[in-house]
Write a protein that binds this ligand. Structure first.
Ligand code: ADP
Ligand code: ASP
Ligand code: MG
Length: 401
């Protein structure tokens, strides 16, 4: 008998009616003769609401306690789904991450799955039960409940599928992976097949439809991932190994990542020690730097710019105060509304000219960019957020996305 892991996200289980509907879909899968493991997220905006509650107590709550709180969201939905399955006459059991044997490592709220002891899940499947597992959570070596970072239920699902050696179906509120978020660009094209590498890059660069870590695990353990709508039978998207069906495309997708800021430190006396010190201080405060650029020295001075997440603004301000004390004469400016626009495609590895094409599109449409970075399969531009929609529209049109 084949096993399948199905994952339903927050909107798919956003109300009791929707949970009952998910139960019916799961039962249909069971009726096909498959063993089903279902991974669910917290209902609707539950995780956001829990975070907001914690912020009413303090701005920076203890992360262990935050994990304890956030994990309750998924616990609600697993028990309700399991009840809905039983109400339809099917044997089912709900399991928290801990009960499902999901072991994690790392910092609270950003844990990674280190291993899964799947014996219990397998045993319940043998007993003919539909196993409902809480997404986004696990247990660390100290026996504490942990969470996997926002959107982490995808990771739970793919990791379970890897362990059970079966495919993973991700059901969500969109009917597959599009070249661009269809909420940003209505005419975006649906992609039938996308390689793990491209999807990983898209997810890392801002395509919120899949958690990047989930795709990484899928790639490592060769788990076929199918992303589709939580309602009906519309054909979705397969994320899988690169093959000839993906060959003709040079550019597969475009992503928009908001919530960035750009810091420019002007008048830095050009000594490598000074530049090293700036980034050392930022690293000591665990600031994740994204794009970096530095001007050529003029009269022995340079300007250094970098982008980071807006969430880190307060810590960055503190670090800059320290740097100001250490490197005399600098002048710092912070731009708060920076958007990163990236184009992604595995075909870029063998074809040049994409960068110049994008430069030309930006020039023809008066869009200024502030930073550029490239990887083998992507190019990213930091632009002013006011230009983001225009950039998405013209790039999508000109690049035929
Ligand atoms: P879930 O709660 O099911 O995990 P998410 O909200 O995390 O759902 O992901 C689904 C959303 O991802 C869609 O509503 C869509 O707006 C967004 N999205 C972003 N980029 C893309 C893309 N390239 N293709 C499809 N959807 C995308
Ligand atoms: N409930 C968690 C979140 O909102 C995990 C998930 O939805 O995947 O981030
Ligand atoms: Mg999600």
């Amino acid at each position: 008998m084949d096993i399948v892991v199905q994952k339903y996200g927050g909107t798919s289980v956003g109300s009791i009616e929707k949970i009952k509907f998910v139960a019916k879909r799961v039962i249909n899968e069971k009726k096909k003769g498959n063993e089903v493991v279902v991974v669910v997220s917290a209902m609707g905006k539950t995780t956001d609401n829990l975070i907001n509650m914690s912020k009413e107590i303090c701005n920076n709550p203890n992360k262990r306690e935050l994990d304890m709180l956030l994990s309750t969201g998924e616990q609600m939905s697993i028990s309700l789904l399991s009840m809905a399955l039983e109400a339809e006459g099917y044997k089912s059991i709900s399991l928290t991450g801990f009960q499902a044997g999901i072991k994690t490592q790392g910092l609270h709220t950003k844990n990674k799955i280190s291993d899964i002891d799947s014996e219990k899940v397998k045993k319940y499947l043998q007993d003919e039960k539909i196993v409902v597992v809480a997404g986004f959570q696990g247990i660390n070596e100290d026996g504490d409940i942990t969470t996997l970072g926002r959107g982490g239920s995808d990771t739970t699902a793919v990791a379970l599928a890897a362990k059970l050696k079966c495919p993973c179906e991700i059901y969500t509120d969109v009917d597959g992976i599009y070249s661009i978020d269809p909420r940003v660009y209505k005419e975006a094209k649906k992609i039938d097949y996308i390689s793990y590498e491209e999807m990983m890059e898209m997810a890392t660069l801002g395509a919120g439809v899949m958690d990047a870590r989930a795709v990484e695990i899928g790639c490592k353990y060769n788990v076929p991932i199918y992303v589709a709508l939580n309602n009906g039978d519309i054909k979705g998207t397969w994320i899988k190994e690169y093959d000839e069906r993906m060959e003709e495309r040079v550019i597969t997708g475009l992503t928009i990542s908001e919530n960035n800021l750009m810091i420019t430190i002007n008048n830095v006396l050009f000594k490598s020690n000074n530049i090293a010190r700036i980034f050392e201080r930022l690293a000591q405060s665990f600031i994740n730097i994204d794009m970096i650029s530095q001007t050529a020295p003029v009269n022995g001075y340079v300007n250094v710019s970098f982008t980071a997440s807006k969430d880190d603004l307060e810590i960055i301000k503190d670090v800059i105060t320290k740097i100001n004390d250490e490197i005399r004469g600098i002048d710092v400016s912070i731009e708060l509304d920076i958007t990163k626009v990236s184009v992604i495609g595995i075909g870029m590895m063998n074809q040049s000219g994409v960068t110049s094409k994008v430069f030309k599109i930006f020039a023809d449409n008066d869009i200024e960019f502030k930073q550029v970075t490239t990887s083998e399969i992507s190019i990213s531009f930091a632009i002013d957020s006011k230009d983001k929609q225009k950039a998405a529209n013209v790039l999508a049109k000109e690049l035929n996305l």
